[in-house]
Design a protein around this ligand. Structure first.
Ligand code: HH2
Length: 257
């Protein structure tokens, strides 16, 4: 899954693709590099980020989704707002990537059920504004697992087919360095939830906490975490650098058989 951030303030590529033409060109390049899905987002969820209105968010993502669907891509929309999700599905997106797992806007579940859309449910402790203040867990893997099981129930009871639900531990969302490392180390424990696992480590700050690197200089850490996540059973890897991650994923998969 390649990341297409149509935002002024995303943590690693904010402002680069705010122009729809630039975002579409970037998405097409990621598709050529081998992305099976393009994840288009119009609101940053980096720690401390401010919310944007549905109108603003939609104005950013709608032309980009239309353009990328027009060029044959499978598109997911990274949003927590049902109004944005609805217009995105209307524009041809096939998957809703909700980092709040239906807590911000439960309507998203009904919408996905009605349209037969895919739904990604991600774990986050707190909200982007506050999530890094003091994250606490009893056992981070057990807690994330219980949360995802509960949110999956909510989605299923709103009518979303189980085969359309993907789960994501939410690396970097309300987690300390140790929480992120432990989740990646024990990712395999989430397999028993029975759904495909999405993992997004790309350029995230936990990599910088290990080696002091800046977002633009975290490709090595992204690849290391991608390979280990694949070895633990991740099915979909959400990355900015698709060509390199895809090669790493293919080689890891070939070795693992
Ligand atoms: N991470 C980000 C955004 N959306 N969605 C899922 N399912 N999993 C993730 O790990 C995830 C996500 C944050 O990365 P990015 O989009 O590059 O940054 P920003 O939120 O600042 O736009």
């Amino acid at each position: 899954m390649g990341v297409v951030n149509v935002t002024p303030d995303s943590f690693s590529d904010g402002g680069l693709y705010l122009d729809p033409g630039a975002a579409i060109g970037h998405g097409e390049e990621l598709a050529r590099d081998g992305a099976a899905i393009l994840d288009v987002g119009g609101e940053s969820t980096r720690p401390g980020a401010e919310e944007v209105s549905a109108e603003e968010e939609l104005g950013r993502v709608e032309p980009v989704i239309e353009g990328l669907v027009g060029s044959g891509a499978v598109v997911s929309v990274d949003t927590s707002k049902a109004a944005v999700a609805e217009a995105a599905l209307e524009a041809g997106a096939e998957i809703v990537n909700d980092v709040t797992a239906l807590r911000h806007d439960p309507e998203i579940a009904r919408l996905c059920a009605e349209r037969g859309a895919g739904l990604i449910l991600m774990h986050m402790q707190g909200t982007p504004r506050t999530m890094q203040e003091n994250p606490v867990y009893d056992d981070v893997v057990d807690d994330v697992k219980a949360f995802l099981a509960e949110r999956m129930e909510v989605a299923a009871s709103a009518g979303v087919a189980e085969g359309r639900i993907w789960l994501d531990p939410g690396i970097g969302f309300g987690k300390t360095l140790e929480h992120n490392l432990e989740l990646l180390r024990r990712l395999g424990e989430l397999r028993s939830l029975g759904q495909p696992l999405v993992v997004g480590t790309s350029r995230k700050s936990f990599i910088g906490k290990v080696d002091g690197s800046k977002p633009d200089d975290r490709l090595g850490g992204t690849i290391a975490s991608t390979v280990l996540a694949v070895a633990e059973g991740a099915d979909i890897i959400r990355v900015h650098d698709v060509a390199e991650a895809r090669q790493a994923m293919r080689v890891a998969t070939a070795i693992l058989g």
